[in-house]
Design a protein around this ligand. Sequence first.
Ligand code: NAD
Ligand code: ZN
Length: 353
Amino acid sequence: MVSKVVFGRGSFNQLEDILSPNRKGRKAPFIYYVDDVFKGNHWLTSRIRLSYLDKIIYVSTKEEPKTSQIDKYVEDIILEYSELPSGIIGIGGGTVMDISKAVSLMLTNKGESKDYQGWDKIKHPGIYHVGIPTISGTGAEVSRTTILTGPERKLGINSDYTPFDQVILDPELTKDVPKDQWFYTGMDCYVHCVESLNGTYLNAFSQSYGEKALSLCKEVFIEDSLTREEAQDKLMMASWHGGMSIAYSQVGVAHAMSYGLGFLLGIKHGIGNCIVFDHLEDYYPEGVALFKKMKEKHGITLPKGICAELSQNEFDKMIDVALSLEPLWENAIGKNWQKEMTRARLLELYKKM
Ligand code: NAD
Ligand code: ZN
């Protein structure tokens, strides 16, 4: 779990007070990975105080994080500084938060990040790392994974050392998120709830967080009673609770299939989940019906025909990636999932998208 968290509009202003006791010395910088949407003398970045060798690295979020990108960031730090950093701070969405978690871990664990994709392969605690979300939904601020695309697979580095040491939840930071992105990333949280609450891994811990997150999602995306600020506050907490829910259960069909789309076509997590989830009424009838309602209410049109031109070989690659995520299928369908989720069934579903 995340060891420390502060919440509140304006809490970003506490960053310096939170970081300074963790500075290890003048030669051990704080490295900030920041979404490049905040580049320039932006109201957000102008509030970051750099001292000594501290540095801001702007990150493009056009593509999801790759293992090669993490290895490069780690190498850059090792070559530039004589000491390990005091801390790694990620300011942005799931992309930037995952990069920060992964860099922190790979600074203290030898070798290449692709070798750590999977469950509990990390052996040493990472560098002190801080997550500051600027868009709500992924739950990356609270989860024990950092999802990376490697040469072979799209899979997280899941470990007890992955969660942030400190999170700052300041809903004000999300105020300029564009509407469609707000929906896609927000729906990631909604899908986390549906997949967790309908999974075979469900338990009282996951259920309590999942139910709360689901009801917050309904308030934000269905009911009309919230102010803009209330909606920002509540979606940030929905993301947190959704992440807590899957931490002790698993995601399901939409995520497994969306990883396939992401690996082959570079389709990003949030929109990928929406594209897949739209076709999953056989698995999550109530969840999909409500999703369609929310899509309509917010005037969202999802891309169609993204798999129309694919070759059999490409479908096979996507199906391989999806099927490799065994815990997700076991959670969604049960121990005998292989009988139901055949390659032919997956092909049929992908062809609809
Ligand atoms: P993202 O981080 O890619 O950001 C989406 C877009 O929103 C970007 O264009 C970004 O610039 C913009 N944006 C972010 N904050 C903004 C702001 N305040 N104002 C204006 N624009 C803003 O998207 P995401 O959906 O948050 O994250 C997706 C990534 O998270 C994927 O790489 C996915 O694999 C990962 N993920 C990780 C976990 C986990 O538990 N580690 C869970 C789910 C998803
Ligand atoms: Zn997700």
